[in-house]
Write a protein that binds this ligand. Structure first.
Ligand code: ZN
Ligand code: ZN
Length: 478
């Protein structure tokens, strides 16, 4: 038995009522709003679709953030909710008139339920929940009288695809009455023709964040015209876009696809965050990618890619990086001349808040070039340099610099090279002795919040040894 509190009388009453569905549904018309909310929570978790279907038309608030309760794409629940909204479109069928205007299927808005629970446990005042208004999520769709269904629309596996297809078809059949507001679609490994059918059916101007993962480059070309219509996109995440014809002589096709994709970039007037992960096509193209943007980026994250010297050389020249707040170049091979990266840091020293250079194969000579500019980045709250090959003297120099950065709350450093033997195994005594000494350098200037020293991954047990005020060794050193 756990330590959970015993159920309240109200919970027991609701669960008892829900065991008799017909009785529960007939009681809805006279049920006080507090019980309605509690019953909706329980019925959602239990996936009692008949009860949910009956509750949507009498929901007493404008906003129904059901995604925060269900947290998964359950088709039966979606069908019940959409049936419930159908009853709202033809209100003659509702004996007790509800107020719902927005059905939110995204999983992020838990505020409503936590506020209501707090209200219930407090003085039972209706004020807090009564004043909850739906968040304005999208641009003015020009459909003031329509009901809005907010979704993130995920196309990741069969379940999410079936869910998305039902939702889109249902909304399509009620065009004029329902505004399907798709904010953050995630499209993974999908059949491009299905995705395009779905993109044709949603208002592309509502999309704020787009994740495209594990797609073929030739599919990306098909997305081109739809990407260009996402005028309000602020975050673009591209992961694992690969070329079907990599091994043949289709160089010309590859260039054509890249230029199709890049020709859409100038249309993203508000793009602020660009994440590029595991895309080999990036090599040598940084200038083309970044200069075609219309506005300075806040976040540039390039991971598991290779950058050429020409790519690095372009970074400090790029006007679209002049106000950068987050620069992440982890798992990017940075063994060449790092002067340009130092110049970029110098340029963004007044705005940069996080810098991640994890696993960049950096050595002392390369890293030393970054130190003067790094010590001037006074707004930094997070740095991550783990999995680089730095010696004890260089690391001490680095820590003398970062110790002056008073806003740092999260710092990750590699264990110095002196902590490994000639085979690359961790020398535990050395690690346990050197890490507290290194931490002491920060302590002479300021109080550290969260500082981590980590070794490379152990090649025997595939674990790290970590020092965060105390040591935790990899499995074979315990
Ligand atoms: Zn919208
Ligand atoms: Zn080990």
């Amino acid at each position: 038995m756990g330590d959970r509190a015993p159920p309240t009388l109200q919970q027991l009453a609701i669960e008892g009522l829900l065991r008799e569905e017909a009785l529960a549904i007939s009681a809805l018309e006279v049920m006080p709003w507090m019980l309605l909310l509690a019953m909706f929570e329980v019925a959602s978790k239990k996936r009692q679709t008949n009860v949910l279907r009956a509750m949507v038309p009498i929901w007493p608030f404008p906003h129904l953030p059901v995604g925060a309760l269900t947290k998964s794409s359950h088709l039966g629940t979606l069908k019940a909710l959409s049936d419930g909204l159908d009853a709202c479109i033809t209100p003659m069928t509702c004996p007790r008139k509800g107020k719902v205007r927005v059905l939110d299927l995204t999983t992020t808005d838990t505020h409503f339920w936590s506020t209501w629970a707090g209200t219930y446990e407090g003085d039972c005042s209706q004020q807090v929940v009564r004043h909850e208004q739906p968040k304005e999520t999208c641009h003015d769709s020009g459909m003031k009288n329509s009901l809005k269904v907010v979704t993130d629309l995920q196309l990741m596996d069969n379940d999410t695809k079936e869910y998305a297809t039902h939702l889109v078809q249902w909304a399509q059949q009620r065009k004029g009455s329902i505004h399907l507001c798709c904010l953050k679609p995630q499209i993974w490994e999908s059949c491009v023709s299905n995705v395009i059918e779905i993109l044709k059916s949603v208002d592309l101007q509502c999309i704020q964040e787009l994740h495209l993962r594990d797609l073929w480059m030739d599919d990306m070309a098909a997305f081109g015209p739809y990407l260009g219509q996402m005028r309000n996109l602020h975050t673009l995440v591209l992961e694992g876009i690969t070329n079907t014809f990599r091994m043949d002589e289709s160089q010309g096709l590859e260039e054509e696809w890249i230029s199709t994709l890049l020709s859409q970039f100038p249309k993203f007037h508000g793009l602020q965050h660009l994440y590029i992960n595991y895309i080999y096509l990036l090599v040598g193209c940084m200038r083309e990618w970044l200069r075609s943007l219309k506005k300075p980026l806040e976040t540039l994250s390039i991971t598991y890619c290779h950058l050429s010297q020409a790519d690095l050389d372009y970074l400090p020249q790029c006007l679209n990086l002049s106000e950068l707040q987050h620069l992440h170049l982890s798992s990017v091979l940075l063994v060449e001349w790092l002067g340009p990266l130092g110049l970029l840091l110098e340029r963004v020293k007044a705005t940069l808040q996080s810098l991640e250079l994890e696993k960049c194969w950096l050595e002392d000579s390369g890293f030393r070039v970054l130190l003067p500019a790094l010590s001037q980045c006074s707004q930094l709250t997070k740095v991550n340099f783990i999995d680089n090959n730095l010696s004890l003297p260089l690391l001490m120099q680095l820590l003398h610099n970062t110790a002056k950065l008073s806003k740092l709350t999260q710092e990750l450093y590699p264990a110095p090279l002196e902590c490994y033997d000639h085979r690359g195994l961790v020398l535990v005594d050395q690690f346990d002795q050197l890490c507290p000494e290194l931490l002491g350098i920060i302590r002479t200037k300021r109080k550290p919040h969260k500082v981590t020293f980590a070794t490379r991954k152990c090649y025997k047990c595939f674990n790290y040894s970590i020092y965060e005020l105390e040591s935790r060794h990899c499995l074979c050193q315990q």
